[in-house]
Design a protein around this ligand. Structure first.
Ligand SMILES: NC(=O)c1ccc[n+]([C@@H]2O[C@H](COP(=O)([O-])OP(=O)(O)OC[C@H]3O[C@@H](n4cnc5c(N)ncnc54)[C@H](O)[C@@H]3O)[C@@H](O)[C@H]2O)c1
Length: 265
């Protein structure tokens, strides 16, 4: 399958973003990564070396509309058209990144952290969809793919974040699931708004992806899924590849859940 598309991926230096970049570049698409991390971080990624001809990197805070508008001018001069926008940039609060269980409790969760999460998870999606989607609407064709989470559908089970002594080492924040629920609603709003302009807007809701989490967490998480394991990035990228393609031409406004059955039971 050779898509020959220009695909913007926000958060392309993240866990999922890197896997997506490789998968989609290998279809012949040109990938334009926008990420807040430095060019130095980008250059360190060895797995990008093989696909370097299909790859462009721009350091960019995608939640800042002024910066994104500036980048848009650069990108339009260079690439002329955008076929797909994948909104994968996020401020994730993950068990493997946790520092203080007390700070993550709802009672202590700071308004500052709440605002940062809304800015990083929602403003970025709004800004990029508005700026790049407008260009797609002018060419009357495009696909926007937003990444939500199972936590956009169900509440977090805080017990999976407990250690062997049954003490929480972390509490999933109130802001992350709130944002992820909003991503699904935003997807439906935009699909309905831009449908007649030929833009399809869909959402993918992955379950937890195995990374550097502790063994106890992986065991507890896996037991809550029907398939008995956490996701690998390769479990998620296929559906996104499909949504990028013309095979998905009649799919819009949908939320595709890829969670090993977590939300089915
Ligand atoms: N990892 C999981 O288990 C999991 C599960 C369900 C859903 N998701 C969702 O999948 C998507 C990708 O998650 P991930 O695990 O790859 O996250 P990650 O934290 O590994 O990557 C996120 C990337 O976004 C970038 N970023 C953050 N704020 C930015 C900004 N303002 N401007 C530009 N770049 C910015 C970061 O630099 C990082 O490279 C997210 O939407 C996340 O919520 C992840």
């Amino acid at each position: 399958m050779n898509y020959k598309k220009n695909i913007i991926i926000t958060g392309g230096l993240g866990l999922l973003g890197k896997a997506l970049t490789i998968e989609l570049a290998n279809t012949g698409a040109h990938i334009i990564i926008l990420d807040i991390k430095s060019k130095k971080e980008f250059n360190k990624i060895n797995s990008f070396k093989k696909i370097k001809n299909n790859l462009s990197y721009f350091k960019c805070d995608v939640s800042n509309i002024k910066i994104v508008k500036k980048i848009n001018i650069k990108l339009r001069n260079k690439f002329k058209k955008f076929d797909v926008l994948i909104n994968a940039a996020a401020v994730t609060d993950a068990v493997e990144k946790s520092k203080s269980p007390k700070k993550s409790m709802f009672e202590n969760y700071s308004i500052n952290d709440w605002n940062k999460s809304i800015l990083g998870n929602l403003n970025s999606m709004f800004v990029c969809s508005q700026v790049f989607g407008k260009i797609m609407s002018q060419s009357k064709k495009g696909s926007i793919i937003n990444i939500s989470s199972t936590y956009g559908i169900v509440g977090p089970d805080q017990s999976i974040y407990r250690d062997k002594k049954n003490k929480n080492i972390f509490f999933k924040s109130p802001s992350y699931p709130t944002c992820k629920g909003a991503v699904i609603s935003f997807t439906k709003y935009l699909a309905s708004y831009w449908g007649k302009r030929g833009i399809r807007v869909n959402c993918v809701s992955p379950g937890g992806i195995k990374d550097n989490q502790n063994k106890e967490f992986i065991k507890k998480y896996s037991a809550k899924t029907i398939l008995g394991r956490m996701a690998e990035t390769k479990d998620i990228v296929g559906i996104i590849r499909f949504l990028c393609s013309d095979d998905a031409n009649y799919i819009t406004g949908s939320n595709i859940v890829v969670d090993g059955g977590w939300t089915a039971i």
